[in-house]
Design a protein around this ligand. Structure first.
Ligand code: VGL
Ligand code: ZN
Length: 198
């Protein structure tokens, strides 16, 4: 069995100057590029929303970004419009070494359901296909890093651990949004799920 590096959502909109900028999001790029050399498999994820995605505050009258809403699948944070399919904001950070990727997995393309996790949409049941890909390749151990620690890295790591993968998160190569204590909660949740936090 072998291990893979999964680089989560290192896209322009999550970096300074982007629509949903994560502080220091760009700082992790050189370290991520260097880390890729240590893995036989490198997978990138890309947040990839249609223009009128239901996670955008702009689609809900009277709602502002970072307010909550109840969706049929549960509570959902409303975000500024970000990572719209084909936009510059959805592109990977220009310095990220995308040439090393064996697979790029896109998520969040269903207009009605957000998808923080690289494995399941936010209904926690609709799969993205990543689990099957990893199992077909005999990959059982995952290292994750990227943006944002408390949303897409967190949901991906917890889902992977629940699916039985051995999971490490590189905190030093991840950056968080930290909305109302979400970063501390995410770190607690990942640890409780058996994710090792480096
Ligand atoms: C993310 C909020 C909305 C992430 C994606 O990559 O962590 N966060 N969409
Ligand atoms: Zn998104």
């Amino acid at each position: 069995m072998s291990d893979a590096l999964i680089v989560i959502d290192v896209q322009n909109d999550f970096c300074p100057g982007g629509a949903l900028a994560v502080a220091g999001g760009n700082d992790i790029v050189p370290g991520l590029n260097a880390l890729m050399a240590e893995f036989s498999a490198v997978i990138l994820t890309q947040d990839w929303h249609p223009a009128k995605h239901s996670s955008f505050a702009s689609q809900h009258a009277g709602k502002a970004p970072l307010e909550m809403i109840d969706m049929p699948y549960g509570p959902q944070v409303l975000w500024p419009d970000h990572c719209v399919q084909g936009s510059d904001g959805a592109a990977f950070h220009p310095a990220l070494d995308t040439a090393r990727a064996d697979l790029i997995i896109r998520k969040g393309y269903n207009p009605a359901i957000d998808s923080y996790s690289a494995f399941f949409e936010n209904d926690h049941t609709t799969p993205t296909g990543l689990e099957g890909y990893l199992r077909n390749r005999g990959i059982d151990s995952l290292t994750m890093a990227g943006l944002a620690t408390d949303f897409c890295v967190n949901f991906s790591a917890v889902d992977a651990a629940k699916l039985g993968f051995k999971v490490r998160v590189r905190q030093d190569l991840s950056r968080g949004i930290d909305l109302d204590g979400s970063l501390a909660a995410a770190l607690d949740g990942m640890a409780a799920s058996g994710v090792s936090l480096d």
